[in-house]
Write a protein that binds this ligand. Structure first.
Ligand SMILES: Cc1cc2nc3c(=O)[nH]c(=O)nc-3n(C[C@H](O)[C@H](O)[C@H](O)COP(=O)(O)OP(=O)(O)OC[C@H]3O[C@@H](n4cnc5c(N)ncnc54)[C@H](O)[C@@H]3O)c2cc1C
Ligand SMILES: NC(=O)c1ccc[n+]([C@@H]2O[C@H](COP(=O)([O-])OP(=O)(O)OC[C@H]3O[C@@H](n4cnc5c(N)ncnc54)[C@H](OP(=O)(O)O)[C@@H]3O)[C@@H](O)[C@H]2O)c1
Length: 432
């Protein structure tokens, strides 16, 4: 029987060939699978945040040479079809500085030229926006935060990955209030070098956040460009070791004309648009002046077109007249034209005991009170942690001192009502 089967098989194979050797009916399988990648390497990232490439048209210091708290002027050309309104924000994608990237790579034991093909293992809302292989340098430059203070979850990952028992224990007991940033922690625990593979590193690193900047120009003057005032965050590091340079402000401060920045226009709250139908009191310190430079330019354009304006005061706090009075010549010319009444205050050169904007508001309380009685709207922009509370306090005091029988409670209720009515509007940022 076996012999018969074997002979039959041989005869069939000779006559019809080996069916297992035949090509599949559907034709040959392609030898290659090809993904076509269009656009540039940062397009997926830009698309994630709704940003587009914009060209830097101008970049220069707004502060005097040598002034320790540098503020930069940046003029960005808006692409065709992108417009803005006065006081809108520009949302910008930062990039980590090359020196910082090198430090992190050295601490992690990472080869910056290594090419990574990253594919998400599971869907994640904050997954990295990467659509093609990229070098470790590109990843660390454009995609992840390197200077945040590590949180409990990140410290747990670092502790678990650390092969050195004393370092592991120190990371497990890391104090919550330790001021060191991620790069500083990586450097402080050298056993972490080479201890984390890429999947664990990517779990550890948080995606780079876009930063927001108030637009300081007016489309009435130039609708094709948006100007910024950028306060460069550069100060002795809280760790006590070296200098801390802000990621976003550092990136913007390093840009030169012709460079590209990824950005989008983000409308401000409707209530923050300076109303030209009522008197206005604008209050700012430092780069908080940005939206008011635009508002003053709007008023200048309205005047030039023959319009009549209600009164506008602009309280502006800075260090010294010859150091950081931002756009001083332009603003003084606008004042001369009748577009605004400037009320500068200099913290390094106090006049009549006034070093901050709230002091000058208090000193000129009768005038401000008169404008409020006339329906004035108050706009406050800039630092939300010290200036904005100080200004609120000045307004409550102003009410209390001019309203018979009013107490703190009444003053608080009065200001709350102004806020609720959209007559006292803040666009402030508490930096932490
Ligand atoms: C609506 C809006 C409008 C804004 N408009 C403007 C504007 O017009 N102009 C402007 O300049 N800014 C503006 N900002 C602030 C701006 O968005 C950024 O927050 C600012 O530039 C700092 O960002 P950064 O990336 O440079 O700093 P980051 O790198 O993000 O650093 C900030 C972090 O570092 C910490 N830190 C601060 N100092 C130190 C230190 N010495 N050592 C260690 N850590 C430190 C802070 O606590 C904070 O957590 C605005 C913010 C908002 C929300
Ligand atoms: N739309 C927004 O939310 C928006 C827009 C622009 C800017 N910002 C933010 O606003 C802040 C402005 O910072 P900056 O670097 O441009 O300004 P800055 O140079 O730090 O400060 C400007 C002036 O404010 C003074 N000041 C300090 N403490 C004050 C207080 N308690 N009350 C009133 N004034 C005080 C400073 O005096 P001293 O010299 O004594 O410190 C200085 O003269 C930044 O955090 C920036 O990110 C937010």
């Amino acid at each position: 029987m076996d012999e018969f089967t074997a002979r039959l098989r041989t005869a069939l194979l000779e006559r019809y060939g080996d069916p297992a050797a035949r090509e599949p009916a559907a034709g040959p399988a392609p030898a290659y699978e090809v993904r076509t990648l269009t656009g540039g390497p940062l397009d997926a990232l830009a698309a994630r945040h709704g940003l587009v490439a914009m060209r830097v048209a101008e970049a220069r210091d707004l502060t005097a040479p040598g002034h320790p708290r540098r503020k930069r002027f940046l003029r960005v050309a808006l692409p065709e079809g992108t417009g803005y309104r006065t006081a809108d924000h520009l949302t910008v994608l930062p990039a980590n500085a090359p020196g910082l990237v090198t430090r992190v790579a050295a601490a992690l034991g990472v080869d910056l030229d290594e090419v990574l093909d990253i594919r998400p293992g599971r869907p994640r809302r904050d997954a990295l926006a990467v659509d093609r292989p990229l070098t470790a340098r590109q990843l660390l430059t454009h995609h992840v935060e390197l200077q945040e203070r590590p949180g409990a979850a990140q410290l747990a990952v670092l502790s678990a990955a650390n092969p050195c028992p004393p370092e592991r224990a120190a990371l497990a007991a890391f104090p919550e209030d330790d001021p060191r940033t991620l790069v500083e922690v990586l450097e402080a625990f050298p056993a972490l070098r080479g201890a984390l593979d890429w999947p664990r590193l990517l779990e550890l690193l948080t995606p780079l956040r876009p930063r927001h900047y108030s637009i300081s120009s007016s489309p009435a003057v130039d609708p094709r460009h948006a100007d910024l005032m950028v306060s460069l965050l550069e100060a002795p590091a809280r760790s006590g070791d070296g200098v801390y340079r802000g990621t976003g402000s550092g990136h913007l401060a390093d840009l030169a004309p012709g460079d590209t920045v990824y950005a989008r226009v983000q409308p401000c709250r409707a209530a923050f648009r300076v109303d030209d139908r009522t008197p206005v009191v604008m209050v700012a310190a430092g780069t908080g002046l940005a939206p008011f430079r635009g508002a003053v330019a709007d008023r200048g354009a309205a005047l030039a077109a023959g319009g009549r304006l209600r009164p506008a005061l602009c309280y502006f706090g800075c260090d010294a007249p010859d150091a950081d009075f931002l756009h001083a010549d332009e603003l003084r010319a606008a004042e001369d034209a009748g577009a605004v009444a400037l009320r500068p205050v200099f913290s390094a050169a106090p006049e009549n005991g006034m070093s901050f904007v709230q002091h000058r508001i208090a000193a000129e309380a009768d005038e401000v009170w008169g404008l409020l009685a006339d329906g004035a709207r108050v706009y406050v922009c800039g630092d939300g942690s010290r200036m904005a509370p100080g200004v609120r306090d000045a307004f409550r005091t102003l009410y209390r001192e001019r309203t018979p029988g009013a107490d703190d409670e009444g003053a608080r209720a009065w200001l709350d009502e102004l806020v609720a009515d959209g007559r006292y509007v803040e666009d402030v940022y508490a930096a932490g």
